[in-house]
Design a protein around this ligand. Structure first.
Ligand SMILES: Nc1ncnc2c1ncn2[C@@H]1O[C@H](COP(=O)(O)OP(=O)(O)OP(=O)(O)O)[C@@H](O)[C@H]1O
Ligand SMILES: [Mg+2]
Length: 232
């Protein structure tokens, strides 16, 4: 369960988030949509304890991230796929993550397999990874501790069609097994395929939320997005 309660965030005069409230329930994928600069990454960073809200609160499983006792097992995050050390191999990145969580090496092999990086790719330095491979590694890192909550900032960015289809199946499976998944994306078709609910933000404010049917009323998600976020 993820809850934003009246979260605002100001960077000097810029209001990145303005009184944002919404909930992501277990067993669902929520698509977090909005134009560039809408505040999606800011909201996700606050949720992951990397940034403080100016007011309001964001909680995971009922607590702010910093107060979770076993954050690595509660929450998986992918906020910036480019944030790995370029000199480490994919396997080393996951081994370090597994060591921090006290997980056996066998979990690393399982994860490498499940994100499609097993074999030769696992032994290559991250600097030589394509964007899609970095995303796969980042998703793998988020999954290491089998968390009940996933926060993924544009994970489909850079994935090829097979990768996108794989991720759709992965997220659906995780949600069906009880995970709460918050997924930001600009790939509206993909979000339409996998999300149970949509939260649409613009200018730091929640513009609309609900199921696809509630939001669209017969229109495509793209049309709804454009209607609600285009300047008049
Ligand atoms: N560290 C920061 N300092 C100052 N302003 C910031 C900072 N981080 C974000 N902002 C501002 O907050 C607003 C929201 O940015 P944010 O990155 O959350 O948007 P986003 O919805 O993730 O956009 P995108 O789709 O481009 O990833 C923007 O106006 C941005 O310039
Ligand atoms: Mg962003």
């Amino acid at each position: 369960m993820i809850e934003f309660h009246r979260v605002s965030k100001a960077y000097n005069e810029v209001k990145a988030l303005d009184d944002v409230s919404f909930t992501v329930h277990p067993g669902t994928v929520t698509g977090f949509l909005g134009p560039n600069g809408a505040g999606k990454s800011t909201a996700m960073r606050i949720l992951a304890g990397l940034s403080r809200p100016t007011s309001g609160s964001a909680t995971v499983l009922g607590r702010p991230y910093a107060e979770l006792e076993r954050p690595g097992f509660d929450v998986g995050t992918l906020l910036d796929a480019g944030a790995q050390h370029p000199g480490r191999t994919g396997r080393e990145v996951l081994v370090l993550g597994a060591m921090m969580l006290g997980l056996p090496r066998s979990r690393v092999d399982e994860v490498l397999e499940s994100v499609g990086l097993a074999g030769r790719e696992a032994g290559r330095a991250v600097r030589g990874y394509s964007l899609g491979m970095r995303q796969r590694l980042g998703i793998g890192h988020a999954l290491l501790g089998r968390p009940r909550v996933l926060i993924l900032d544009e994970p489909a960015n850079g994935l090829d069609p097979q990768g996108i289809q794989w991720m759709r199946g992965l997220l659906r499976g995780l949600a069906d097994s009880g995970c709460a998944v918050l997924l930001s994306s600009h790939l509206l078709y993909e979000v339409e395929q996998v999300a149970d609910r949509i939260v649409l933000i613009g200018g730091g404010r929640v513009l609309a939320e609900g199921t696809l049917a509630e939001l669209g009323r017969g229109r495509s998600l793209e049309q709804t997005f454009l209607d609600l976020t285009s300047p008049i």
